[in-house]
Design a protein around this ligand. Sequence first.
Ligand code: NAI
Length: 316
Amino acid sequence: MAAKDEKIGIIGSGLIGRSWAMLFAGAGYQIFIYDIESKQIDSALVDIKQQLQRLEKEGLLRGKLNASEQFKCINGTLDLKQAVQDAIFVQECVPEVLEIKKKVFKGVDDICDANTIISSSTSTFVPSLFTEELKHRKNALVAHPINPPYYVPLVEIVPAPWTDPNAVKRTRELMEEIGQAPVCLTREIPGFALNRIQYAILNESWNLVADGVLSVKDVDKVMSEGLGWRYAFLGPLETAHLNADGWMDYCSKYTNTIHSVSETFKPLPKFEGPQTKVVGQQLEEMVPIQELQSRRNWRDLCLTKLAALKNTLTPK
Ligand code: NAI
């Protein structure tokens, strides 16, 4: 596969900007990463090169080009115009601060043309909060990656009320082309989908520890040695479908149980007060703060091995 001529602009060269750059490079796009800090761009380029080389050595490189061809596709710039002008797609990856998002989107909007999709990596802001005033607001949306995006393929595509369905469609196609797994929400909603589900799990985990039912380690074990085994392959609804003679049978058998157990759920907790410390202490016994990075590296290794396994098992 040859490199492409089409350009992708990445705004912000931190953790997420770097991952997006690597994903787009895997498909051979010409990538321009913009940042306001030159040292951030320098360190991003060094980091990306090392990551690509390591992934290649370990046989884990994504995309169809080799590591050096992919790296050649990636350019750093301190000039927003160079990153945005004539780009088919711009992915914003600046800090999670609404005022910064608004400023960056306005800057991109002033430069880009009617064909450019302007997308945000935001985890928490619905797109209408920072795209309403834009000239090209019909091309603005959120494409929310999951950390670490190079290893976890889901991308949540979230339109604002004024986003053109064609921009959603083009984003979905682009995400599929670079090997990600997009879902398109029909409308914006706080937390999008993944975090709404994740927060439900976090809230119940907190309550189980707060009530002294399980330790932190054992709550995590319920997921890592239980639910998570299935959820790496099947979602909760298909899991239910398979756990009975189909979904209708599942509902008739379990609806009363699910409802009566759910009625015992505690009110929504807030993660504050003395319980925060209790959870923190137990987590630090499991993974001391100074070992977080090596644990993250282990997590990433597990995720790449899982990706390889899934590729061999998933029916096409
Ligand atoms: P980060 O702090 O690692 O990187 C932010 C980068 O933006 C820095 O290089 C900074 O110099 C640059 N920057 C700051 N102001 C700028 C401006 N006005 N113009 C251009 N560049 C600017 O942040 P990270 O973790 O990469 O997050 C970026 C976005 O991705 C956030 O919206 C975050 O919510 C979202 N996200 C983060 C995830 C995570 O786990 N870190 C997961 C999914 C989404």
